[in-house]
Write a protein that binds this ligand. Sequence first.
Ligand SMILES: Cc1cc2nc3c(=O)[nH]c(=O)nc-3n(C[C@H](O)[C@H](O)[C@H](O)COP(=O)(O)OP(=O)(O)OC[C@H]3O[C@@H](n4cnc5c(N)ncnc54)[C@H](O)[C@@H]3O)c2cc1C
Length: 303
Amino acid sequence: MIENHFIELIRQENVEIMTDVEMKNHTSFRIGGKADAMCEVKDIHSLRAVILLCKVHHVPYFILGMGSNLLVSDKGIDGLVVKLGGAFCEIALTEENTLRAGAGCSLAKLCVFAKNMSLGGLEFAWGIPGSVGGAVYMNAGAYDGEMKQVVAAVDYMDSKGNVKRAHREDLDLSYRHSLFTDTDNIILSATFLLAPKSQGDIQERMTELMERRKAKQPINHPSAGSVFKRPEGAYAAALIEDCGLKGFSLGGAQVSPKHAGFIVNDNGASAQDVLDLIAHIQEVVREKKDIDLCCEVRFVGRK
Ligand SMILES: Cc1cc2nc3c(=O)[nH]c(=O)nc-3n(C[C@H](O)[C@H](O)[C@H](O)COP(=O)(O)OP(=O)(O)OC[C@H]3O[C@@H](n4cnc5c(N)ncnc54)[C@H](O)[C@@H]3O)c2cc1C
């Protein structure tokens, strides 16, 4: 529960805030109960004011990107969900071959901007849903590319409202992991070091990778992408398929018949349906293959 007084204080900062927000409308899984409140901040000043108010009033906060890697609890989220809008969605060419993108900007917009500037390196990210902040947080990657290869620095805000900069070597980027994983730090923007490339060549690679995605992934069904991380020396999807679980469903959640690494919300699935299906897959794969599958999708909200 959030007190009305807190809501008023946020509004006094000229920040739009809504209460009892259905998270299923803010996740690619189309799953999730109500968050106590959600606000959208448009600049660093408002973000700092909101974070400091949360601290003083003991309100937990959660930074939402585009909700494409999340499974939100049916019981919703305690406290305030914060989205980055306004100035956080801007992109600029800052130096030769260098772009800075706000954390709220979509990866898709960034890829198109880079292409229009004839800068290559981000083609792998074309088709990965989500925001720049979410991509850095997750070290998102595909088709032999990952954020680690192109991010030169990240500006972030710590839980006290201080703005700091971390350079590539300090970002601790590894498979679906970054310096920001499980911390309160908020990614504000990322600087990308790219390389000159013709727009035609960039477009060709982007189109090729999108075609591969469309052929292999259930992109027209609600999901959060690959549910499990790639285990050492194996592919989660192949293991799940080998165990005969492709197409298997529990409640409204189904192992995608197109790609066994994805769980799709095919029939009004609850978060519990997905959790039960994940637990079942993990149990079967452990039994039959002696391999532990770890989740890539992040579970958020009330237990
Ligand atoms: C169809 C489909 C295909 C996908 N394909 C891929 C793929 O090929 N490769 C891949 O890596 N992923 C893939 N994903 C997963 C997902 O798109 C990525 O993980 C993406 O980077 C998540 O970004 P987001 O903005 O949606 O983050 P969210 O899902 O909103 O959040 C993810 C985490 O990042 C944190 N976060 C977000 N923004 C910030 C910020 N500004 N500061 C601090 N923390 C922040 C959140 O708190 C949360 O913990 C796919 C998902 C779908 C639905």
